[in-house]
Write a protein that binds this ligand. Sequence first.
Ligand code: PRP
Length: 238
Amino acid sequence: MTTRAGKTTVKASTNAKKKAPSTSNATPLTIAMPRGRILDEALVLFKRAGIDLGAVEKARAGRKLIIPIPEHDVRVLIVRDADVPAYVEHGAADLGIAGRDVLEEQDRDLYEPLDLGIGRCRLVVAEPEDRPVDEMAKVHLRYATKFPELTRRHLQARGIVAEIIKLYGSIEIAPLVGLADRVVDLVSSGETLRQHRLREVETILEVSARVCVGRAAAKLRSDRIDDLVARLRAVVPG
Ligand code: PRP
């Protein structure tokens, strides 16, 4: 995606002045967005880029999940963060916004032309403060996580043999109730770890949200996508 990213940089200065994006394609540009904190920050960024998705806010209150924004020839899909890559890879959305954690965990066939610098957090290994793990001891270790693939890669790189237990939320309680020795989880403020008397062992991944684009859309809708990425690039804090 290096070439495509370069191309959008060049177009940024000229396209930023346009009032509205081209509407040459028949269907609106479809953007898959994750509900939650990333969505709130993304809406601010899009507004600064001249694309007011305020209708998403209103629709959210009404629990609407497909939101047309005709004034920008855009349609927004509100989905679970872990589902964004599937919508984009299969062409149900032209592009999406997803955390680096989700993108690297799934490792799908997507372009990632722009890091938006929003939704910042870290994927860390953590363990109970009062029960530190001895990685070298030949005991059966268990790691609980929402990110089994990233955990597997991390353990493999460290030469640690362990069982990985896939969970879907509330990861921090796993070591407190005997389900796991350690967790691999996202940390933002650090409050959840503190509340559960867990200490960070190490950071596996620095996370922020990125624009992801499917192969078909990158070819068929390149003008619209390059224009949008250029507008966003111009307002992403350096
Ligand atoms: C995430 C993450 C941690 C928490 C970290 O959970 O899995 O539990 O946020 O935030 P903090 O460092 O600011 O406390 P989320 O709120 O997505 O819910 P979940 O535990 O159900 O995944």
